[in-house]
Ligand binder design. Structure first.
Ligand code: FES
Ligand code: FE2
Length: 445
Protein backbone atom coordinates (compact mmCIF):
# COMPACT_ATOMS: atom_id res chain seq x y z
CA UNK A 1 0.00 0.00 0.00
CA UNK A 2 1.38 3.39 -0.90
CA UNK A 3 1.63 6.18 1.63
CA UNK A 4 -1.69 7.99 1.43
CA UNK A 5 -0.16 11.33 2.28
CA UNK A 6 2.48 11.34 -0.43
CA UNK A 7 0.52 10.09 -3.43
CA UNK A 8 -0.13 13.47 -5.00
CA UNK A 9 1.37 16.88 -4.40
CA UNK A 10 -0.82 19.54 -5.99
CA UNK A 11 1.23 22.24 -4.30
CA UNK A 12 4.43 21.21 -6.06
CA UNK A 13 2.86 19.70 -9.16
CA UNK A 14 3.26 15.94 -9.33
CA UNK A 15 1.30 12.66 -8.97
CA UNK A 16 2.40 9.15 -8.07
CA UNK A 17 0.99 6.97 -10.93
CA UNK A 18 0.05 4.21 -8.49
CA UNK A 19 -3.06 6.26 -7.71
CA UNK A 20 -4.34 4.94 -11.06
CA UNK A 21 -3.52 1.26 -10.46
CA UNK A 22 -3.54 0.36 -6.76
CA UNK A 23 -6.34 -2.02 -5.76
CA UNK A 24 -6.26 -1.18 -2.03
CA UNK A 25 -6.44 2.50 -2.82
CA UNK A 26 -9.38 1.83 -5.11
CA UNK A 27 -11.25 0.18 -2.24
CA UNK A 28 -10.62 3.32 -0.19
CA UNK A 29 -11.93 5.45 -3.06
CA UNK A 30 -15.20 3.53 -3.07
CA UNK A 31 -15.65 4.16 0.64
CA UNK A 32 -14.11 7.57 1.26
CA UNK A 33 -14.48 9.36 -2.10
CA UNK A 34 -17.61 7.93 -3.76
CA UNK A 35 -19.20 7.16 -0.41
CA UNK A 36 -18.89 10.79 0.74
CA UNK A 37 -19.55 12.95 -2.34
CA UNK A 38 -22.58 14.05 -4.35
CA UNK A 39 -23.00 11.71 -7.32
CA UNK A 40 -25.20 12.41 -10.35
CA UNK A 41 -28.29 10.20 -10.41
CA UNK A 42 -30.76 11.44 -13.02
CA UNK A 43 -32.20 14.44 -14.80
CA UNK A 44 -35.86 15.35 -14.27
CA UNK A 45 -36.59 14.64 -17.94
CA UNK A 46 -35.70 10.98 -17.33
CA UNK A 47 -38.37 10.68 -14.63
CA UNK A 48 -41.42 12.32 -16.21
CA UNK A 49 -44.21 10.99 -13.94
CA UNK A 50 -44.94 9.24 -10.64
CA UNK A 51 -43.52 5.72 -10.79
CA UNK A 52 -40.93 6.61 -13.46
CA UNK A 53 -37.62 5.00 -12.59
CA UNK A 54 -34.14 4.44 -13.92
CA UNK A 55 -31.34 2.14 -12.86
CA UNK A 56 -27.94 3.70 -12.41
CA UNK A 57 -24.84 3.34 -10.26
CA UNK A 58 -23.19 5.24 -7.47
CA UNK A 59 -19.64 4.10 -8.23
CA UNK A 60 -20.03 0.28 -8.20
CA UNK A 61 -23.28 0.25 -6.24
CA UNK A 62 -26.42 -0.23 -8.36
CA UNK A 63 -29.23 2.13 -7.40
CA UNK A 64 -32.80 2.70 -8.46
CA UNK A 65 -33.90 6.30 -8.84
CA UNK A 66 -37.66 6.72 -8.65
CA UNK A 67 -40.18 9.54 -9.02
CA UNK A 68 -42.53 9.37 -6.02
CA UNK A 69 -46.27 10.00 -6.00
CA UNK A 70 -45.69 13.42 -4.40
CA UNK A 71 -43.31 14.43 -7.22
CA UNK A 72 -40.12 14.09 -5.20
CA UNK A 73 -37.27 11.78 -6.21
CA UNK A 74 -35.96 8.99 -4.01
CA UNK A 75 -33.16 6.51 -4.62
CA UNK A 76 -32.17 3.25 -2.99
CA UNK A 77 -29.70 0.43 -3.41
CA UNK A 78 -30.91 -1.94 -6.11
CA UNK A 79 -30.26 -4.94 -3.91
CA UNK A 80 -32.86 -7.20 -2.38
CA UNK A 81 -32.46 -7.65 1.37
CA UNK A 82 -33.17 -11.37 1.14
CA UNK A 83 -30.15 -12.67 -0.82
CA UNK A 84 -28.98 -9.60 -2.68
CA UNK A 85 -30.49 -10.04 -6.14
CA UNK A 86 -31.25 -6.85 -8.06
CA UNK A 87 -34.69 -5.69 -7.03
CA UNK A 88 -35.28 -4.35 -10.53
CA UNK A 89 -33.57 -5.59 -13.70
CA UNK A 90 -35.05 -3.14 -16.21
CA UNK A 91 -33.00 -0.11 -17.28
CA UNK A 92 -35.88 2.34 -17.07
CA UNK A 93 -39.66 2.44 -17.11
CA UNK A 94 -42.73 3.09 -14.98
CA UNK A 95 -43.91 0.89 -12.16
CA UNK A 96 -46.05 0.80 -9.00
CA UNK A 97 -43.84 -1.66 -7.16
CA UNK A 98 -40.60 -3.59 -7.70
CA UNK A 99 -40.60 -7.35 -7.26
CA UNK A 100 -37.40 -9.34 -6.93
CA UNK A 101 -37.21 -12.09 -9.55
CA UNK A 102 -35.45 -14.57 -7.24
CA UNK A 103 -38.01 -15.30 -4.49
CA UNK A 104 -40.48 -12.50 -5.01
CA UNK A 105 -39.95 -9.98 -2.21
CA UNK A 106 -41.68 -6.76 -3.28
CA UNK A 107 -40.77 -3.14 -2.57
CA UNK A 108 -42.69 0.10 -3.01
CA UNK A 109 -41.52 3.19 -4.91
CA UNK A 110 -39.47 4.36 -1.93
CA UNK A 111 -37.74 0.99 -1.46
CA UNK A 112 -39.82 -0.14 1.54
CA UNK A 113 -40.41 -3.87 1.75
CA UNK A 114 -44.16 -4.38 1.31
CA UNK A 115 -44.64 -8.04 0.52
CA UNK A 116 -42.85 -11.35 1.06
CA UNK A 117 -44.34 -14.48 -0.57
CA UNK A 118 -45.76 -17.09 1.80
CA UNK A 119 -45.37 -14.72 4.73
CA UNK A 120 -47.66 -16.75 6.96
CA UNK A 121 -46.40 -20.23 6.05
CA UNK A 122 -42.70 -19.58 5.54
CA UNK A 123 -42.11 -16.79 8.04
CA UNK A 124 -44.88 -17.59 10.54
CA UNK A 125 -45.79 -13.91 10.24
CA UNK A 126 -42.67 -13.19 12.28
CA UNK A 127 -40.71 -11.02 9.82
CA UNK A 128 -40.69 -7.29 10.59
CA UNK A 129 -40.90 -5.92 7.04
CA UNK A 130 -40.32 -2.36 8.19
CA UNK A 131 -36.73 -3.32 9.09
CA UNK A 132 -35.88 -4.98 5.78
CA UNK A 133 -36.40 -2.29 3.16
CA UNK A 134 -33.75 -1.48 0.56
CA UNK A 135 -30.88 0.72 1.72
CA UNK A 136 -31.92 4.34 1.10
CA UNK A 137 -29.69 6.94 -0.50
CA UNK A 138 -29.54 9.23 2.47
CA UNK A 139 -29.79 12.60 0.76
CA UNK A 140 -30.99 13.73 -2.67
CA UNK A 141 -30.47 17.23 -4.06
CA UNK A 142 -32.37 18.46 -7.08
CA UNK A 143 -30.37 21.32 -8.61
CA UNK A 144 -32.13 22.92 -11.60
CA UNK A 145 -33.55 19.55 -12.62
CA UNK A 146 -30.34 17.57 -12.00
CA UNK A 147 -30.63 15.04 -9.17
CA UNK A 148 -27.55 14.18 -7.16
CA UNK A 149 -27.39 11.78 -4.24
CA UNK A 150 -25.02 11.02 -1.40
CA UNK A 151 -24.81 8.20 1.14
CA UNK A 152 -23.23 10.53 3.67
CA UNK A 153 -24.74 12.73 6.30
CA UNK A 154 -21.61 14.86 6.63
CA UNK A 155 -21.27 15.94 2.96
CA UNK A 156 -21.94 19.70 2.71
CA UNK A 157 -25.25 20.85 1.23
CA UNK A 158 -25.13 20.52 -2.55
CA UNK A 159 -24.88 24.26 -3.26
CA UNK A 160 -21.98 24.61 -0.84
CA UNK A 161 -20.40 21.56 -2.39
CA UNK A 162 -20.74 23.15 -5.86
CA UNK A 163 -19.17 26.37 -4.62
CA UNK A 164 -17.89 28.52 -7.50
CA UNK A 165 -18.93 25.81 -9.94
CA UNK A 166 -22.55 26.95 -9.65
CA UNK A 167 -21.65 29.96 -11.82
CA UNK A 168 -20.41 27.65 -14.58
CA UNK A 169 -23.02 24.91 -14.21
CA UNK A 170 -25.75 27.56 -14.41
CA UNK A 171 -24.12 28.96 -17.56
CA UNK A 172 -25.01 25.65 -19.24
CA UNK A 173 -28.21 24.52 -17.57
CA UNK A 174 -29.89 27.92 -17.20
CA UNK A 175 -29.07 29.28 -20.64
CA UNK A 176 -32.44 28.30 -22.13
CA UNK A 177 -35.65 29.49 -20.50
CA UNK A 178 -37.31 26.17 -21.39
CA UNK A 179 -34.61 24.21 -19.58
CA UNK A 180 -32.71 21.19 -20.85
CA UNK A 181 -33.65 17.62 -21.56
CA UNK A 182 -31.50 14.55 -22.04
CA UNK A 183 -32.05 12.57 -25.23
CA UNK A 184 -33.89 9.41 -24.07
CA UNK A 185 -31.72 6.36 -23.52
CA UNK A 186 -28.20 6.10 -22.17
CA UNK A 187 -25.16 5.43 -24.32
CA UNK A 188 -22.85 3.09 -22.41
CA UNK A 189 -19.40 1.81 -23.14
CA UNK A 190 -16.32 0.51 -21.38
CA UNK A 191 -12.83 2.02 -21.43
CA UNK A 192 -9.87 0.24 -19.85
CA UNK A 193 -8.56 3.17 -17.84
CA UNK A 194 -8.72 4.63 -14.37
CA UNK A 195 -11.71 6.93 -13.76
CA UNK A 196 -9.48 9.84 -12.72
CA UNK A 197 -7.90 10.16 -16.19
CA UNK A 198 -11.31 10.90 -17.69
CA UNK A 199 -12.69 13.06 -14.88
CA UNK A 200 -9.51 15.12 -14.68
CA UNK A 201 -9.34 15.65 -18.43
CA UNK A 202 -12.87 17.08 -18.60
CA UNK A 203 -12.06 19.36 -15.67
CA UNK A 204 -8.75 20.68 -16.80
CA UNK A 205 -7.26 19.53 -20.07
CA UNK A 206 -7.53 21.91 -23.00
CA UNK A 207 -3.85 21.22 -23.57
CA UNK A 208 -4.42 17.86 -25.29
CA UNK A 209 -6.96 19.16 -27.78
CA UNK A 210 -4.72 20.75 -30.45
CA UNK A 211 -2.59 17.60 -30.55
CA UNK A 212 -4.92 14.67 -29.85
CA UNK A 213 -7.87 16.00 -31.83
CA UNK A 214 -6.06 17.66 -34.74
CA UNK A 215 -7.10 15.15 -37.40
CA UNK A 216 -10.69 14.90 -36.14
CA UNK A 217 -10.94 18.67 -36.25
CA UNK A 218 -9.62 18.83 -39.81
CA UNK A 219 -12.19 16.26 -40.91
CA UNK A 220 -15.03 18.00 -39.09
CA UNK A 221 -14.34 21.47 -40.42
CA UNK A 222 -12.91 20.53 -43.82
CA UNK A 223 -10.05 22.86 -42.93
CA UNK A 224 -6.54 21.38 -43.29
CA UNK A 225 -5.21 24.03 -40.91
CA UNK A 226 -7.72 23.37 -38.15
CA UNK A 227 -6.51 22.00 -34.87
CA UNK A 228 -8.50 20.20 -32.23
CA UNK A 229 -8.60 23.15 -29.91
CA UNK A 230 -7.75 26.78 -29.88
CA UNK A 231 -4.02 26.53 -30.46
CA UNK A 232 -3.57 30.29 -30.30
CA UNK A 233 -1.06 30.77 -27.48
CA UNK A 234 -2.82 33.98 -26.50
CA UNK A 235 -6.29 32.50 -26.55
CA UNK A 236 -8.27 34.38 -23.90
CA UNK A 237 -9.91 31.21 -22.62
CA UNK A 238 -9.73 30.44 -18.92
CA UNK A 239 -9.51 27.46 -16.68
CA UNK A 240 -11.23 27.65 -13.35
CA UNK A 241 -11.42 25.59 -10.21
CA UNK A 242 -13.52 25.80 -7.11
CA UNK A 243 -10.83 27.85 -5.41
CA UNK A 244 -8.44 25.03 -6.11
CA UNK A 245 -10.59 22.25 -4.68
CA UNK A 246 -12.46 19.50 -6.45
CA UNK A 247 -14.58 20.56 -9.38
CA UNK A 248 -13.20 22.51 -12.30
CA UNK A 249 -13.53 23.35 -15.96
CA UNK A 250 -12.33 25.49 -18.85
CA UNK A 251 -13.55 27.35 -21.91
CA UNK A 252 -12.62 29.41 -24.93
CA UNK A 253 -15.02 32.33 -25.17
CA UNK A 254 -17.57 32.62 -27.91
CA UNK A 255 -21.20 33.67 -28.10
CA UNK A 256 -22.37 30.73 -30.14
CA UNK A 257 -20.34 27.76 -31.27
CA UNK A 258 -19.29 28.08 -34.92
CA UNK A 259 -21.57 26.59 -37.57
CA UNK A 260 -19.35 23.59 -38.38
CA UNK A 261 -19.86 22.40 -34.80
CA UNK A 262 -23.56 23.02 -34.68
CA UNK A 263 -25.09 22.41 -38.08
CA UNK A 264 -26.94 25.04 -40.11
CA UNK A 265 -30.41 24.66 -38.56
CA UNK A 266 -29.02 24.76 -35.03
CA UNK A 267 -26.78 27.72 -35.74
CA UNK A 268 -29.68 29.72 -37.20
CA UNK A 269 -31.97 28.81 -34.29
CA UNK A 270 -29.31 29.61 -31.69
CA UNK A 271 -28.91 33.06 -33.23
CA UNK A 272 -32.56 33.77 -32.45
CA UNK A 273 -31.93 32.81 -28.84
CA UNK A 274 -29.17 35.27 -27.99
CA UNK A 275 -31.44 37.77 -26.25
CA UNK A 276 -32.97 34.99 -24.20
CA UNK A 277 -29.55 33.73 -23.16
CA UNK A 278 -28.48 37.17 -22.02
CA UNK A 279 -31.64 37.48 -19.97
CA UNK A 280 -31.13 34.04 -18.49
CA UNK A 281 -27.47 34.06 -17.49
CA UNK A 282 -26.14 37.55 -18.28
CA UNK A 283 -23.98 38.85 -21.09
CA UNK A 284 -20.72 37.87 -19.43
CA UNK A 285 -21.55 34.24 -19.28
CA UNK A 286 -23.16 34.17 -22.72
CA UNK A 287 -20.05 35.62 -24.31
CA UNK A 288 -17.42 33.86 -22.28
CA UNK A 289 -18.53 30.78 -20.52
CA UNK A 290 -19.55 27.90 -22.75
CA UNK A 291 -17.60 25.47 -20.67
CA UNK A 292 -16.31 21.94 -20.27
CA UNK A 293 -16.43 20.79 -16.69
CA UNK A 294 -16.28 18.05 -14.08
CA UNK A 295 -18.28 18.26 -10.89
CA UNK A 296 -16.16 16.25 -8.50
CA UNK A 297 -15.82 13.34 -8.60
CA UNK A 298 -17.24 11.87 -11.81
CA UNK A 299 -19.98 13.95 -13.49
CA UNK A 300 -18.71 15.77 -16.58
CA UNK A 301 -20.07 17.73 -19.51
CA UNK A 302 -18.84 19.38 -22.66
CA UNK A 303 -19.98 22.78 -23.85
CA UNK A 304 -23.18 23.36 -25.74
CA UNK A 305 -22.56 22.29 -29.34
CA UNK A 306 -20.75 19.12 -28.36
CA UNK A 307 -23.52 18.75 -25.79
CA UNK A 308 -22.57 15.62 -23.94
CA UNK A 309 -23.05 14.90 -20.25
CA UNK A 310 -21.68 11.75 -18.69
CA UNK A 311 -20.77 9.83 -15.56
CA UNK A 312 -17.51 7.90 -15.35
CA UNK A 313 -18.58 4.88 -13.28
CA UNK A 314 -15.45 3.24 -11.85
CA UNK A 315 -15.03 -0.50 -12.44
CA UNK A 316 -11.87 -1.35 -10.54
CA UNK A 317 -8.70 0.73 -10.76
CA UNK A 318 -8.23 -0.04 -14.47
CA UNK A 319 -11.68 0.31 -16.01
CA UNK A 320 -14.64 2.65 -16.36
CA UNK A 321 -18.12 2.34 -17.69
CA UNK A 322 -19.09 5.57 -19.38
CA UNK A 323 -22.78 6.48 -19.24
CA UNK A 324 -23.45 9.40 -21.55
CA UNK A 325 -26.35 11.52 -22.71
CA UNK A 326 -26.75 14.21 -25.31
CA UNK A 327 -28.41 17.28 -23.82
CA UNK A 328 -30.48 19.88 -25.66
CA UNK A 329 -32.98 22.67 -24.99
CA UNK A 330 -36.50 21.42 -24.38
CA UNK A 331 -38.12 23.94 -26.71
CA UNK A 332 -35.89 23.40 -29.77
CA UNK A 333 -37.71 22.48 -33.00
CA UNK A 334 -37.49 18.81 -33.99
CA UNK A 335 -35.01 19.35 -36.84
CA UNK A 336 -32.70 21.26 -34.49
CA UNK A 337 -33.02 18.57 -31.82
CA UNK A 338 -32.13 15.90 -34.38
CA UNK A 339 -29.12 17.88 -35.54
CA UNK A 340 -27.91 18.36 -31.95
CA UNK A 341 -28.19 14.67 -31.20
CA UNK A 342 -26.23 13.77 -34.34
CA UNK A 343 -23.53 16.29 -33.49
CA UNK A 344 -22.95 14.64 -30.12
CA UNK A 345 -22.91 11.22 -31.76
CA UNK A 346 -20.46 12.32 -34.41
CA UNK A 347 -18.01 13.83 -31.92
CA UNK A 348 -18.42 12.43 -28.39
CA UNK A 349 -19.99 8.96 -28.47
CA UNK A 350 -18.34 5.50 -28.46
CA UNK A 351 -17.46 5.85 -32.16
CA UNK A 352 -17.25 9.65 -32.08
CA UNK A 353 -14.30 11.18 -33.87
CA UNK A 354 -13.07 13.04 -30.77
CA UNK A 355 -14.10 10.50 -28.15
CA UNK A 356 -12.00 7.74 -29.69
CA UNK A 357 -8.92 9.99 -29.56
CA UNK A 358 -9.38 10.40 -25.81
CA UNK A 359 -10.09 6.73 -25.09
CA UNK A 360 -7.01 5.71 -27.07
CA UNK A 361 -4.79 7.89 -24.89
CA UNK A 362 -6.30 6.69 -21.63
CA UNK A 363 -6.13 2.96 -22.43
CA UNK A 364 -2.53 3.29 -23.64
CA UNK A 365 -1.54 5.02 -20.39
CA UNK A 366 -3.24 2.32 -18.34
CA UNK A 367 -1.35 -0.39 -20.24
CA UNK A 368 1.96 1.40 -19.77
CA UNK A 369 1.25 1.49 -16.04
CA UNK A 370 1.48 -2.32 -15.90
CA UNK A 371 5.24 -1.81 -15.77
CA UNK A 372 6.81 -1.49 -12.32
CA UNK A 373 9.13 1.35 -13.35
CA UNK A 374 6.30 3.03 -15.20
CA UNK A 375 4.09 2.84 -12.13
CA UNK A 376 6.66 4.32 -9.81
CA UNK A 377 7.85 7.27 -11.92
CA UNK A 378 6.12 10.54 -11.06
CA UNK A 379 3.87 12.50 -13.43
CA UNK A 380 4.17 16.28 -13.84
CA UNK A 381 1.01 18.25 -12.98
CA UNK A 382 2.58 21.68 -12.60
CA UNK A 383 1.34 23.61 -15.65
CA UNK A 384 0.59 27.18 -14.59
CA UNK A 385 1.51 26.49 -10.95
CA UNK A 386 1.78 29.70 -8.97
CA UNK A 387 -0.14 31.74 -11.57
CA UNK A 388 -3.70 31.35 -10.32
CA UNK A 389 -5.71 34.56 -10.09
CA UNK A 390 -8.72 35.46 -8.01
CA UNK A 391 -11.93 37.00 -9.35
CA UNK A 392 -10.57 38.15 -12.71
CA UNK A 393 -12.44 38.66 -16.02
CA UNK A 394 -15.75 38.67 -14.15
CA UNK A 395 -15.22 35.04 -13.10
CA UNK A 396 -15.76 34.05 -9.50
CA UNK A 397 -13.08 32.27 -7.53
CA UNK A 398 -9.74 31.14 -8.81
CA UNK A 399 -8.78 30.78 -12.46
CA UNK A 400 -5.77 30.47 -14.68
CA UNK A 401 -4.93 30.48 -18.40
CA UNK A 402 -6.96 27.93 -20.35
CA UNK A 403 -3.70 26.01 -20.84
CA UNK A 404 -3.04 25.20 -17.21
CA UNK A 405 -3.50 22.37 -14.72
CA UNK A 406 -5.07 24.50 -12.04
CA UNK A 407 -8.31 22.51 -12.03
CA UNK A 408 -6.43 19.20 -12.18
CA UNK A 409 -4.46 20.15 -9.08
CA UNK A 410 -7.72 21.14 -7.37
CA UNK A 411 -9.22 17.80 -8.38
CA UNK A 412 -6.32 15.86 -6.83
CA UNK A 413 -6.28 18.08 -3.74
CA UNK A 414 -9.93 17.30 -3.04
CA UNK A 415 -9.36 13.65 -3.90
CA UNK A 416 -6.42 13.42 -1.47
CA UNK A 417 -8.41 15.08 1.29
CA UNK A 418 -11.23 12.59 0.86
CA UNK A 419 -9.29 9.39 0.26
CA UNK A 420 -7.17 9.99 3.35
CA UNK A 421 -10.39 10.05 5.35
CA UNK A 422 -10.26 13.73 6.34
CA UNK A 423 -13.66 14.71 7.76
CA UNK A 424 -15.70 17.11 5.59
CA UNK A 425 -15.76 19.59 8.44
CA UNK A 426 -12.02 20.07 7.96
CA UNK A 427 -12.11 19.98 4.15
CA UNK A 428 -14.91 22.35 3.30
CA UNK A 429 -14.24 25.86 4.44
CA UNK A 430 -13.74 29.28 2.93
CA UNK A 431 -10.60 28.54 1.05
CA UNK A 432 -8.86 31.85 0.63
CA UNK A 433 -6.82 31.41 3.81
CA UNK A 434 -5.91 27.92 2.86
CA UNK A 435 -5.00 28.94 -0.72
CA UNK A 436 -2.67 31.57 0.63
CA UNK A 437 -0.99 28.89 2.71
CA UNK A 438 -0.77 26.62 -0.35
CA UNK A 439 0.89 29.32 -2.46
CA UNK A 440 3.39 30.00 0.28
CA UNK A 441 4.25 26.30 0.30
CA UNK A 442 4.64 26.27 -3.49
CA UNK A 443 7.04 29.20 -3.32
CA UNK A 444 9.17 27.39 -0.77
CA UNK A 445 9.39 24.30 -2.98
S1 FES B 1 -33.10 -12.51 -3.28
FE1 FES B 1 -34.81 -11.26 -3.54
S2 FES B 1 -36.43 -12.44 -2.81
FE2 FES B 1 -34.72 -13.69 -2.48
FE1 FE2 C 1 -10.40 15.24 -25.73
Amino acid sequence: MIDLNTMVDPDRGWNDPRIYTDQDLYERELEYVFGRTWLFLAHDSQLPKPGSFIQTYMAEDPVLVVRQRDGSVKAFLNQCRHRGMRICRTDAGTSKTFTCTYHGWAYDLAGNLINVPLEEVAYRNEIDKSRWGALKVLRIANYRGFCFGTWSEETPEFEDYLGDMAFYFDAVVDRFASGLELVPGTTKWVIDCNWKFAAEQFASDMYHAPVSHASAMMALTDDPNASGGNSNQNAPGRQFGDNGHGSGGFFSPQAVMPAPYLGDATYAWMKTKEEEHIEQVGIDRVLKVNNHNTIFPNFSWLAFGLSTMRVWHPRGPGQIEVWAWSYRPKDAPDDVKAEMRKMTQRTFSPAGSFETDDGENWTEIQQVLRGHKARTTKFHTGMGLGHDEQDVHGLPGSSNHVYAEHAARGFYRRWRDLVTGTPWARIQKPDRARDAADSALAEEA
